[in-house]
Structure formats: C-alpha cells, structure tokens
Design a protein around this ligand. Structure first.
Ligand code: FE
Length: 431
C-alpha cells in the first residue's frame, strides 16, 4: 500500500466533489446523440466513460472484501459493462448501457455511500487511499473527456483565455550542471503512483535545455521547409506512421491562402504563433528535433531541471517553483485559462534553473519509453502502469486540462508514440 498523507474527511470530500463537478460539466450537457458518439480507437463513448467512473469508485471504495473478492455492485452487470480491463475497447459502443440519467443516478448512489463512510469518524488508511485514488481517476478521465471534445469538434467548456501576460522573452537554453540526483518520488511525498516509486540515484552529465517549449511558429518552419516530405528527418517507425496515416501537416492544421489555421474545438483560429506546439505526436516531435539539430530530454533530465536547485544538492522540489500548490500565477492547469497560454507567460512558475511552464500548458514528450523504476511493485490498482511498460512514451508536466491536484514534478504520464489527440507538445535540449 502506498504511503498515505494524513487526510481529513473534508479534504477527501472536496477532492471527490471537485472531480464530480467537472464530470457533470463535461457530460451533463450532451444530448442523446452524443452519449455514444463515433467509434474511434482514441476515444471512449462518453456514456460508457461516465458509468466507468461510478464502477471504479464503487469497486475500490465499497466492494472490496477481506479475502480479496468483491461484493455485488448496486448496479446489475456492472462488472460486465464497465470493467476497463475486461471490456474490449470496441465493444463499449454496443453494450446494454443504462441511459445517461440512470448512469448519473448510479454515480450519485455510489458517491452517497462513499460519503457516508467518510463521515464515520476516523478514516482508516485504506478508505483514505481508495477515496483519493477514485478522485484522481475521475480527474484523469475528465482530461480524456476534454480532449475527446477537441477530437470530435465539440465546443470548449472553460470560457476564454485571459489576456496574455507580457513577461518579456525567455528564449534560449539554460546550462544545467547535472550530477547525481534521485529520480522518482520519496516515501514522504504523500500519495504517489506505483510507477513513481521510488527515488533512485541517477548520474546525469551536464546538459542544455530550452527555457520554453517549441512554439507553433517554430513547428510551422519545419512544415514549410518540407519536413513532412523528407524521410531523413524521421525515424523508420515515424516515417512508416507518416505514410500509413498519409499525414502532411500537424493535426487540426489547414492552409488557407498561404496562412495556417488550427481548429480548436469547434472553431478555426489563425495559428497562434507564440503558443506551444500541441497535438503533436512523439514521431513528429522527434522529426522536428532532427531537423532543428536538437533532441528530446530524457525523463531524468526533465525531472532534474524541474525539481533540483542549483548549488543545493539533495533538495528536490514538489513543483518547479517550490512547494506551494499551483495557482493561476504559476501554472496553466485546469481552472486557469481553459486553453494554451503563450510560452512566455507565468514567469512565477519558473524552475530554480529558470525554465518556464514545466508544469501546465502542454504535456511534454520525453525521449524515454515508459518503464518501471528499479524494484517496481504494483499497487492494488494493478492495471494502472504495468500493462503499458515498454509500449508507451513518457510525458511530463501536465496540460491546461490537467487538474491541479494531480500534477507534480515526479508524475509520469504515458501515451503510445502515435497519439496526437492529447494535449502534448515538447521541449528540447541541445545536442
Ligand atoms: Fe479508468
């Protein structure tokens, strides 16, 4: 079992309540024709995904028995409908799912029973752990429901971005000393996932990392230089993907009378030159790097640049800027702008090395495959990490659609290298 922070019922209720408010915002307004939506490998039907949230919470918070088996669900056939490790992805559109009002009633019923457990005096560590896990699981699915809205061209939800903060330029590279450092989470970091455990020594040579992620304008230079027509910039797998998918430009980009436009949800906007490149997959990021004589950082380099402090060996920060929880001044996460901000915004969130926006705005691809840290032991939710080792690439830092309560410097996200629907961009290092 993971280390558990000392947690009060009201903290857990707030975490669960924040996640649920967001779920309802994302799925509550869908009309009946949108409950299932088109059958695509990269999205779940929203009706299924909503029911799966209730199933997960009930399974972990209410149904675990001492002998490891599960008690019955309050919803007949819940396991056959919503167990993500048992129900194949393309079967999720043809199941006898309850309709949305009945699904939301199931979620409320589960949540009331969980609330009752939390209100019964001292909370045991298992209850606290699984209630927190359920809130995080729901917030992660909320990010997925948000990029599903982008994939399907549905309206954005979170209002418009504030005026870009003028923070001056912050381009160029930072020279980072490297040295011996501990990659991963420490036992006193509170709730962490199995894939972050545990901190272990890594020796890094000095490296130079860009202060800002690659912008849309910088990516457009590659496109206009014929980057999508030149196999020499691509790995064999990347070029095979490019040919197979017949891709000639980044996702959502269209050329109109010589100018690039990009679809954001249901609107076509002029390409925002100064925002980070987003909806780019690992192959495209890698090709840009070869063209530009740059490279992706390793995840150890990313975490070193985000968490360590020059001249203070042994210190590791929870966030690039320190230990304070993220705010609208330090990171563009869910609840801040609702879309990407320009790459020079939010200087108060700089890391101790002066690197900007490591948390928030866009997830950042790293060079590395997702693999277990030494001594890996799976947590009770065994399907979270282990099935994906070796087939997914690691991303760090969170996006504008990531909940602030999820993200931290040691958090490892992971997607297959062909995914361009997620809110992912990249930052580079000098060769
Ligand atoms: Fe799930």
């Amino acid at each position: 079992m993971a280390a558990v922070e000392s947690t009060t019922a009201s903290e857990l209720s707030a975490l669960l309540g924040n996640a649920r408010a967001r779920t309802l915002q994302l799925v509550g307004g869908l009309d009946e024709s949108q409950w299932l939506g088109p059958k695509l490998a990269i999205v779940n039907p929203p009706l299924w995904e909503t029911g799966h949230l209730g199933w997960f919470e009930e399974r972990w918070c209410l149904r675990r028995l001492a002998d490891g088996s599960l008690s019955a669900s309050c919803l007949p056939q819940a396991d056959a409908l919503y167990d993500s490790s048992r129900v194949p992805h393309d079967a999720r559109w043809s199941l006898p799912l309850p309709d949305m009002p009945a699904t939301l009633r199931y979620l409320s019923e589960v949540r009331s029973a969980v609330g009752e457990r939390l209100s019964q005096g001292a909370i045991d560590p298992d209850t606290a752990y699984f209630a927190r896990l359920s809130a995080m699981h729901e917030q992660m699915h909320c990010e997925a429901l948000t990029y599903t809205r982008q994939t399907l061209g549905r309206p954005a939800l979170q209002g418009s971005a504030p005026a870009p903060l003028s923070a001056g330029t912050c381009d160029g590279d930072v020279e980072i000393s490297g040295g011996c450092f501990e990659l991963g989470a420490r036992p006193d970091d509170g709730f962490v996932f199995d894939n972050e455990k545990w901190a272990h020594a890594v020796e890094l040579p000095p490296f130079r990392m860009a202060r800002m992620p690659v912008t849309c304008a910088q990516f457009a230079d590659f496109v206009e230089a014929g980057g999508y027509h030149e196999p020499r910039w691509w790995s064999d797998e990347g070029w095979a993907w490019r040919l197979r998918e017949a891709v000639l430009a980044p996702a959502y980009w269209t050329l109109d009378r010589g100018a690039w436009f990009r679809r954001r949800h249901d609107r076509l906007e002029p390409l925002p030159a100064n925002e980070p490149m987003v909806h780019v997959n690992w192959y495209e990021a890698e090709a840009w790097c070869r063209w530009a004589d740059r490279r992706l950082p390793s995840e150890a380099e990313w975490e070193f640049a985000a968490a360590t402090v020059p001249g203070a060996p042994g210190i590791k920060r929870r966030y690039p800027w320190g230990s304070a929880a993220p705010s609208g001044n330090t990171a563009n996460l869910y609840g801040t702008a609702g879309r990407c901000l320009p790459v020079e915004a939010l200087p108060a969130g700089d890391s101790a090395w002066g690197i900007r926006q490591m948390i928030g705005n866009v997830w950042e691809w790293t060079a590395d495959w997702f693999r277990p840290y030494p001594g890996f032991v799976r947590d009770p939710y065994a399907e979270y990490s282990e099935p994906w080792f070796g087939s997914h690439k690691v991303l760090r830092g969170g996006s504008h659609a990531t909940a602030p309560e999820l993200i931290r410097n040691t958090w490892r996200n992971f997607y297959t290298p062909d995914r361009r629907d997620v809110f992912a961009g990249f930052r580079t290092c000098a060769l």
